[in-house]
Design a protein around this ligand. Structure first.
Ligand SMILES: Cc1cc2nc3c(=O)[nH]c(=O)nc-3n(C[C@H](O)[C@H](O)[C@H](O)COP(=O)(O)OP(=O)(O)OC[C@H]3O[C@@H](n4cnc5c(N)ncnc54)[C@H](O)[C@@H]3O)c2cc1C
Length: 529
């Protein structure tokens, strides 16, 4: 079952590997474990609902608490330290389009707002209630999660938008297909959330981001229902689908989506190659992306992430052996790991494998034992659980991301890492910062940065330090021509930066579209604009 706060399933833990402790202490100093507010004490803080339970709406305190916040760092502080600004007054569980129409009607009549809620895995404040909002109902889509139909000839499926990743793969898998969308939040995030935030899965290189997977569907909006018909391609003017992609719950609720599906692959494996440094690894990765190799994933970790991954792997003997072996061939302290995926037919994956080897040899890459790839595959959705363990041990951790052209990505990466690493110096605090190029394109790459620092005794100070880091990084990214988000979206946390890339007229166009679908501003007004 999903944890009531923090990330993941409460049956899964990611304990701290003891050998990783000295590594972390060296990087950020000795952390102090901090005690968080208990579930009972937090429940006592939930105020009385301003609405009456009725129809599909529940108003009990636990439901409202567990839908109050997502998974951003401020959300983590709020949920763990009892600093929640506002709670939804109710949580609705619609089962049909009609239920959603009833909710919208009630919202208009009784003057409450609606926040569509998928898996609640937003990391940018998308689903949060704000004090100024007035009464709010969170619309949890979990009961709308069926496979409606499958067209095996066209390889498309119609799926209800509340379906989370594992349910989608299980429903399609029974027929020999998959969607192939694997964000790291796969266990709980949903089809509707992916479309509404323009999400990217780990194997997007092969299956595509959510944009090309989303072919059409159905929206229930305050201005009326909208059907998006499915065509292989269309030149009939601007594409309305593109408006709903990234709409972040402001234009109504997506109830069904038609998506592209693929047959289950004959082969799927993940393998690692080490390069002597970041520059040679990035040059190899760029050549692979520009040669459009038939791999399913390309992901290059910088030297700190490579070392951190090895240290946290819990396999110290293997790591020592790898270190000695790689040092002998000149791959030493600045080594960087490229992880790649092979997915598809035997023939196509064999060809892709040989092409990866050919290009990596050119840049001095060394292919290592498949154990590293297996370990990555086994823990691909589990590493986020470590954030909770670190938090309990007194360490805050967050991530940020962008995408930039190849001509800029390495330089900006260096600037952002440097800015984050030094941002807390005035508090005598060190920040551990590392990154990877996570999604590669012929013209550029996305850059994903993870940073960790010691929690302060005062939760507000922890959040203020996070804000300093976030602002410094966002400033560099947007001033250097990077997007404020490659995959997490805008929500409330990136709103201030959106204008830099959309411009005044662009923001006006977004406002007009929002107003067309939701003239009275019922939906999720905290997001985007
Ligand atoms: C541990 C972790 C790992 C992550 N890894 C990735 C990753 O690899 N790639 C990536 O892209 N993102 C990632 N994210 C971010 C997050 O998972 C994505 O933004 C995801 O798409 C959100 O889906 P959700 O169903 O949880 O939506 P929610 O968080 O519930 O909602 C997100 C937004 O979508 C709207 N929404 C939800 N459902 C609907 C609907 N049916 N109709 C209209 N609007 C709707 C909400 O109102 C909200 O504005 C990660 C997050 C976490 C916590």
């Amino acid at each position: 079952m999903k944890r009531w706060r923090g990330w993941g399933d409460d049956a899964t833990d990611y304990p701290m590997v003891e050998t990783a402790r000295p590594f972390l202490v060296e990087a950020i100093g000795q952390p102090t474990p901090r005690k968080d507010i208990s579930r009972e004490d937090l429940l006592k803080k939930v105020p009385k609902s301003r609405l009456k339970a009725s129809g599909t709406i529940k108003t009990d305190a636990f439901e409202r608490l567990t839908h109050a916040r997502g998974q951003s760092l401020p959300d983590m502080v709020a949920m763990h330290c009892g600093k929640i600004e506002a709670y939804p007054d109710g949580v609705a569980y619609p089962e049909t389009d009609d239920d959603i129409r009833d909710l919208m009607k009630a919202a208009r009549q009784k003057g409450f707002r609606l926040i569509p809620y998928g898996g609640g895995s937003s990391v940018l404040g998308h689903i949060n209630v704000h004090k100024k909002d007035g009464p709010v109902v969170s619309v949890d889509m979990r009961r709308m999660s069926k496979l409606v139909s499958l067209d095996e000839v066209s390889r498309t499926a119609v799926i209800e938008c509340g379906a989370p990743g594992p349910a989608i793969e299980a429903m399609l898998g029974q027929h020999g297909y998959r969607l192939g969308h694997y964000p790291q939040s796969f266990e709980f995030s949903t089809l509707g959330g992916w479309i509404a935030t323009r999400s990217t899965g780990q194997q997007s290189y092969y299956y595509g981001r959510i944009e090309p997977l989303f072919l059409g569907g159905h929206l229930e909006s305050p201005a009326g229902p909208l059907d998006l018909p499915v065509f292989p391609a269309s030149a009939a003017g601007p594409d309305i689908k593109q408006m709903l992609l990234g709409s972040e719950g402001r234009m109504g609720i997506l109830t069904r989506a038609t998506v592209k599906v693929s047959p289950l692959p004959e082969i799927e494996k993940f393998l690692a190659i080490f390069f002597k440094d970041w520059e040679s690894g990035a040059a190899a990765a760029r050549e692979m992306a520009q040669a459009r190799l038939g791999v399913s994933m390309l992901r290059l970790s910088d030297e700190v992430e490579t070392e951190t991954t090895l240290q946290l792997s819990g396999k110290p003997d293997f790591v020592n052996l790898a270190h000695k072996g790689l040092s002998l061939i000149g791959i030493k302290d600045r080594r960087c790991m490229l992880m790649y995926g092979l997915t598809g037919s035997k023939r196509a994956t064999r060809l892709a494998y040989h092409e990866v080897q050919r290009i990596s040899h050119k840049y001095g890459g060394f292919a290592v034992n498949p154990v590293i790839g297996h370990t990555w595959e086994k823990s691909r959705f589990k590493t986020p659980y470590l954030r909770e363990t670190l938090w309990e041990n007194g360490i805050a951790l967050d991530t940020l991301e962008t995408a930039l052209p190849w001509s800029k990505v390495l330089e900006v990466n260096g600037q952002v890492r440097q800015a984050i690493a030094t941002r807390l110096e005035k508090f005598n605090e060190k920040v551990l910062v590392f990154s990877h190029l996570s999604h590669l394109y012929p013209d550029g790459a996305s850059m994903y940065i993870t940073y960790a620092w010691r929690r302060a005794q005062d939760p507000e100070a922890t959040q203020a330090r996070w804000q300093l880091i976030k602002d410094a990084a966002s400033e560099i990214i947007t001033q250097s021509g990077g997007t404020i988000s490659h995959q997490h979206g805008v929500g409330s946390d990136h709103k201030a930066w959106l204008g830099v890339e959309k411009g005044k007229l662009g923001l006006q166009a977004i406002r007009s579209a929002v107003k067309t679908f939701d003239p009275q501003g019922i939906f999720n007004t905290g997001n985007l604009v």
